[in-house]
Ligand binder design. Structure first.
Ligand code: ATP
Ligand code: MG
Length: 237
């Protein structure tokens, strides 16, 4: 790994996170180094409790590290104030969750447009962009529907459209197919592949080797550390 690469979308060095528990500090992440370059499509794997979500939440700026450095789009996240970080996060990355996390009383179109409200984009532009993205993920005809009218796989497509609405260069997804059957999971992975083909960098957590096979690089966690990092198809675990 190059010592310094400003072109990296993500660069973490010595990243650690300890949680306070009744039994004392619990080190969930122990000194992780990783660089993600533009256009990469990475699967984060490893057993339950190995620190995958802890790591993703740090990458998504949803949580702060106990120790170590995180450079997002070349900027040192620890040195940014709250507003600057919120702006960088909104413009740079979209997050997709296992549970879709759509707002149940809002139309699909309004769900997709929600990040644009926070970004101060006007109503008409929000509508147009949300409609275009729903069409892109194959759900244009459901723009006015509520989330409970569509399937889980369709809801995840909406969540992906929402993650794309600020035109991020990076998508972070924590077990995006974890609640979906295998056929629907394959469809979602084909959507991620198409987005990656368009140049969007993707980091995705999965337990499933079949899902990870869609990615170009596989990084494996164990006990809060990276224990393997290989290109898909290189063989071995
Ligand atoms: N908020 C928290 N407080 C205390 N401990 C936590 C907290 N969040 C996670 N942990 C612990 O940190 C470790 C790593 O958790 P994490 O959720 O990152 O694992 P994971 O690899 O995502 O697991 P899974 O595959 O089950 O989602 C686990 O032992 C977990 O119990
Ligand atoms: Mg997890």
């Amino acid at each position: 790994m190059p010592a310094m690469d400003n072109a990296a979308v993500i660069r973490v060095a010595g990243l650690g996170k300890s949680y306070e528990t009744a039994a004392g500090l619990f080190p969930a992440l122990k000194g992780v180094d990783l660089e993600v370059r533009p256009g990469e499509f990475i699967a984060i794997m490893g057993p339950s409790g190995s620190g995958k979500s802890t790591f993703m939440n740090l990458l998504g700026c949803l949580d702060t590290p106990t120790v170590g450095d995180y450079f997002l789009a070349g900027k040192n996240v620890a040195q940014m104030d709250r507003d600057a970080l919120a702006l960088l996060r909104n413009r740079t990355l979209g997050f997709v969750f296992q549970g879709f996390n759509l707002l149940p009383r809002m139309s699909l179109q309004d769900n997709v447009a929600l990040p644009l409200v926070y970004a101060g984009v006007d109503r008409e532009t929000r509508r147009e962009r949300a409609r275009a993205l729903l069409a892109k993920v194959g759900l244009g005809q459901y723009a006015e529907s509520l989330p409970n009218r569509i399937s889980g796989g369709q809801q995840q497509r909406v969540a992906i459209a929402r993650a794309l609405v600020n035109r991020p260069r990076l998508i972070l997804a924590d077990e995006p197919t974890g609640n979906l059957d295998s056929h629907t999971s394959e469809e979602i992975m084909r959507l991620f592949e198409a987005l990656n083909d368009e140049g969007i960098t993707i980091v995705l957590v999965t337990h499933e080797p079949d899902i990870a096979a869609h990615c170009k690089r596989q990084v494996r966690f164990l006990d809060g550390q990276i224990v393997s990092d290989r290109l898909t198809g290189e063989g071995g675990a």
